[in-house]
Design a protein around this ligand. Sequence first.
Ligand code: NAD
Ligand code: UDP
Length: 317
Amino acid sequence: MIRKKILVTGGAGFIGSHLCERLLNEGHEVICLDNYFTGSKQNVIHLLTNPYFELIRHDVINPFFVEVDEIYNLACPASPIHYQYNPIKTIKTSVMGAINMLGLAKRIRAKVLQASTSEVYGDPKIHPQTEEYWGNVNPIGPRSCYDEGKRCAESLFINYYKQNKVRIKIVRIFNTYGPRMHPNDGRVVSNFIVQALKGEDITVYGDGTQTRSFQYITDLIEGMVRMMSTSDEVIGPINIGNPKEFSILELAEIVIKLTKSKSKIVFKPLPEDDPIQRQPNITLAKELLNGWEPTVSLEEGLIYTIEYFKKELNLSD
Ligand code: NAD
Ligand code: UDP
């Protein structure tokens, strides 16, 4: 096995920490870069004793110089309450972060993978979403700092590839959940589990008929690692998600059942521009990523995630 040096931006976040762990387990050397806006040292504390792991506080809106073979660019807040906290900073993180990582990849001839998102499809008018779909994003709405930032990053990646022959990969990640999600980040899976475990009301926004397709973290990491190892001609974008679609109300009911909670469901206003439906078409991923497909069902993944939150909240039964 060849030990590679790999940079993970946003490595102290939810997805990044699992990715760092996986790459170290494969025997690689990992440099984790993070400004701790939504991530934390706690997420990677178990990796700090590994001599092949290095943790650096850095903001990707500023250039960063290092010699590595591969870069995974994940730095960007992902939950609506976090990315809307400082929208201009969110845009800068996506755009300047992409420019800085692409510039670095160009100089050192590294491969660079962008963590894009299903949000580039906005509130989609075609269903399920295929990679050819251009999306339906409100450019001036409350989600635009994230959606347009990520769309601009995709454009930067494609143009560095075309203009400068940088070796790029783009994955469009669909809703992903699992241990180390921030308990207060406002995303639906963490919200519902925390509310159910604490016996608080479960807050369904709108009437709960809007849908999402939830992917367990290990399935995503497998897809991302496979994408990085594809030949240079495979650049994406490629959807990485679990095609099994659930309404938000169904999710609430499953969480209540699995936690055996006495919480009741309450309805709150639907946030502006909240997408009505979302489901990935993963034909391309299956074809190009060696038959990759999700293997963890929603119930199974939720059981692991509930266990994690019980420990986090000191609610062991
Ligand atoms: P997260 O908020 O847990 O992780 C993001 C990490 O980036 C955090 O550690 C944060 O501190 C760091 N960060 C933010 N701004 C930074 C900056 N300017 N400089 C350096 N570090 C910075 O979110 P996540 O769910 O782990 O998401 C990781 C990536 O995956 C993001 O790019 C996100 O857009 C993308 N993504 C996630 C999902 C999902 O469902 N979780 C879906 C689609 C795309
Ligand atoms: N949602 C909800 N209750 C919550 C948090 C979210 O009903 O406490 C809804 C939200 O309106 C959206 C869906 O769950 O329709 C997914 O929200 P999340 O923020 O997790 O992801 P995104 O909207 O970015 O896909």
